[in-house]
Design a protein around this ligand. Structure first.
Ligand SMILES: Nc1nc2c(ncn2[C@@H]2O[C@H](COP(=O)(O)OP(=O)(O)OP(=O)(O)O)[C@@H](O)[C@H]2O)c(=O)[nH]1
Length: 500
């Protein structure tokens, strides 16, 4: 049924009610005049055919032609011509003439604007003139009072029915427009969320960007996003809120979540109190490692549309988060050493190029490299097995990372060699780092499990070499550090001859 209604041209649907009403009213007015003036009752035949039957025939014909409006346009012109003709036929009664003319003009202007109005007026006058020539002009402005009243009332009703059709059409168009605008904004926000997952560097950037986008869509609501440990739900791991949320609100929400230790069903309501607004809680369905993601939406009520929209946003946020984590994993795999987690050789090459380029533009900014070699790895491998050797390497990497400053980076250069790159550092600064390694890592004892199932304690033996860009050319920096590291190693072997 709805399908059939949709295929009827809009113009036909708009025209049908006013036309039926206008023609019906005109039929009553002219009919009354026919009776009042004792004209031939045979006149009722064309009157009935034109005023009562014809509007329905046009509608039916339009319905059959579905989306084609050409018939309706022609019918409207024909209406104007015929109404002009009837005006002449009933000998120019003033009010009736005016009613017919007004009906024609209104209907045509409403659907076709000024051009249609002009055409309708012309055809009306043509009909009036041609029938006037046939039946003779006999101007009779006076009509009996009841007919005048009937005509006036009909005209008013006709105008009202036209206005009503206009009003309902406008309302529908407005609703469609608003809906389209909302969908457009939603679409834009979803696109933004997608692109966020490509550009965001970390969780903070992604979630804060997403919350800003949520507010584009629903500016009068506050939003929050929380990650909690899936195994210990009272442990919150991450929280971000839309900028409008004040500190006290944030703390209130977080406390409530810490207390709500169980899994919360979708749409769970954190009831507000006198000062605080309530929040709806939605759970992110896509898995984020071992965390559970919760979206908080500040609202008193949520409509079905709101809930659907939030579902879409949540899905997109989940996908973006999963993308971000995957990208981070891939990035990590590409730039980190799998065994130790410190940066790999490829990252060292890239970072060395970067610091050298900074130094070329700012010659006063020097950098240092510290080469660290683990002594005796082969021995550990041979005596206690490869796994023990791996543990030794990892422990050294951890130690080096722990003693490095924030801006320094540790790289695994080769099997048992590490490099620490110190940006914006003097030779003396790097030597201080070398001393720290000496003090805190070198010589430290660690217990290794042997392949035989026992355990053995071995000291961490290291040799170091330091070089700085202010003293040696960039191309030779690593070579210089290597030479110094070998000298240090030779010295170590001299003083620990039994290891040879
Ligand atoms: N367990 C383990 N061994 C490795 C790894 N990478 C390289 N090696 C081994 O480490 C040993 C390094 O040998 P060497 O260069 O002679 O080092 P060293 O025994 O510490 O002796 P010097 O450094 O010369 O004092 C080799 O036997 C490599 O096979 C690794 O990832 N894990």
């Amino acid at each position: 049924m709805a399908e059939r209604k949709r295929t009827i041209p809009r113009l036909t649907r708009v025209n049908y009610p006013p036309r039926v009403f206008g023609f019906g009213a005109t039929f009553v007015a002219i009919g009354a005049l026919v009776v009042d003036r004792d004209w031939s009752l045979l006149l009722f035949i064309p009157l009935t055919l034109f005023f009562l039957v014809y509007p329905h025939l046009i509608y039916l014909a339009d319905r059959l032609r579905r989306a084609n409006t050409s018939l309706e346009h022609r019918a409207m012109m024909f209406d104007a011509f015929m109404l002009g003709g009837f005006t002449a036929l009933i000998e120019f009664s003033g009010w009736i003439s005016y009613t017919l003319l007004a009906a024609t003009i209104l209907n045509n202007t409403m659907t076709g604007g000024l051009r249609q109005l002009r055409n309708a007026m012309a055809l009306y006058l043509a009909g009036l003139g041609s029938w006037g020539l046939v039946v003779g002009f006999d101007w009779r402005p006076e009509a009996p009072l009841p007919i005048e009243i009937l005509t006036m009332v009909s005209l008013q009703c006709y105008i009202l029915s036209t206005a009503w059709v206009f009003y309902t059409q406008n309302r529908r168009l407005n609703a469609i427009k608003m809906d389209a605008q909302d969908k457009n904004t939603l679409f834009g926000v979803l696109l933004e969320l997608r692109s966020l997952s490509d550009h965001a560097e970390d969780l903070d950037e992604l979630v804060e960007g997403a919350l800003r986008q949520f507010r584009v869509l629903q500016p009068d609501r506050s939003f929050g996003f929380v990650l909690r440990d899936s195994n210990r739900l009272e442990t919150l791991q991450f929280a971000a809120f839309s900028e409008d949320m004040v500190e006290s609100q944030r703390i209130w929400v977080l406390r409530r979540l810490v207390r709500a230790r169980q899994n919360l069903p979708d749409g769970y309501y954190l009831e507000g109190d006198g000062q605080q607004n309530g929040y709806f809680v939605f759970t992110l369905h896509s898995p984020i490692n071992l965390s559970q993601g919760l979206l908080l939406v500040q609202a008193k009520r949520l409509s079905e549309t709101d809930t659907k929209t939030i579902g879409l946003l949540l899905d997109q946020l989940g996908t973006s988060l999963a993308n971000l984590l995957l990208t981070q994993e891939l990035k990590k795999a590409a730039e980190r050493d799998a065994l130790t987690g410190v940066y790999n050789r490829a990252s060292l090459d890239r970072d060395l190029k970067a610091v050298e380029s900074v130094r070329q533009h700012n010659p006063s900014i020097d950098y240092s490299v510290v080469l660290v070699d683990l002594i005796g790895l082969k021995r550990v491998n041979d005596h206690y097995g490869h796994e023990a050797g791996d543990r030794l390497i990892s422990t050294v990497a951890e130690g080096l990372s722990a003693v490095s400053r924030r801006g320094d980076r540790v790289y695994r250069f080769g099997g048992d060699e590490f490099v620490i790159l110190c940006q914006d550092s003097t030779l003396e600064g790097a030597q201080v780092l070398g001393e720290r390694i000496d003090r805190l890592v070198r010589g430290r004892e660690m217990t290794l499990e042997t392949e035989q199932g026992g355990s053995v304690t071995v000291p961490i033996q290291l040799s170091l070499g330091v070089a700085n860009s202010a003293h040696d050319p960039a191309r030779e920096l690593l070579k210089k550090a290597d030479e110094r590291m070998y000298a240090d190693k030779a010295h170590w072997y001299e003083t620990n001859a039994r290891y040879r």
